[in-house]
Design a protein around this ligand. Sequence first.
Ligand SMILES: Nc1ncnc2c1ncn2[C@@H]1O[C@H](COP(=O)(O)OP(=O)(O)O)[C@@H](O)[C@H]1O
Ligand SMILES: [Mg+2]
Length: 188
Amino acid sequence: MKNYLKENWYILLNQWWRGEIRTKQTPEGKIARKIPINIDKKGALIRESFLLKKMQWKLDFIPELLETGDGRFEYKFIEWKTLKEHKILDKNIFTQLVEIAYQLDKLWIFHGEINRPTGNVIINSEWKIFLIDYERWKLLKEWDSKNLRMIGQFLASQKLFDIKDFVIFIKNNPSSQDLKDYLLKNVI
Ligand SMILES: Nc1ncnc2c1ncn2[C@@H]1O[C@H](COP(=O)(O)OP(=O)(O)O)[C@@H](O)[C@H]1O
Ligand SMILES: [Mg+2]
């Protein structure tokens, strides 16, 4: 079996049971490569790169995809830190997270792991948020504000507001354009 992990010219950043992330400095900036551990594990990464490719022109919170092939893909490395490292959920980050969840809901795309976002939310040096890790994404069969509900549960677990208000609101207003304003006025 081909060993996908013998790519030592990339620096190892992260390893998990299905594969690893390596990074590399290029003249155009740092890039990240997501690599499956072996051929059996490449399905999820093919699905992830499919979504990134289809959506990168629509969604400005996913890193730019540079190359794909054989389960691996390369995309831009977002410099700075994850929410896990940052630890502070201020109004700016809150707003961007809600907006991201809402944009995915509008496309009927469920992120899959947006309830545990800390490692998958990256903040760049200009305080812009990127959401990564679409291995478990799903196209929903009907409108469902699932991403918003889940990000709401996460935000509620951070004790920012009462989750009940958030859930009632998004159930009653699934396509409201004013959602962000409402949340900012009433929830924080
Ligand atoms: N494009 C990227 N820019 C910056 N960091 C990244 C990027 N892609 C992945 N990472 C880092 O690697 C970690 C794991 O990547 P992720 O896609 O979430 O895989 P996993 O399935 O292991 O959670 C992230 O938490 C993040 O710290
Ligand atoms: Mg992750």
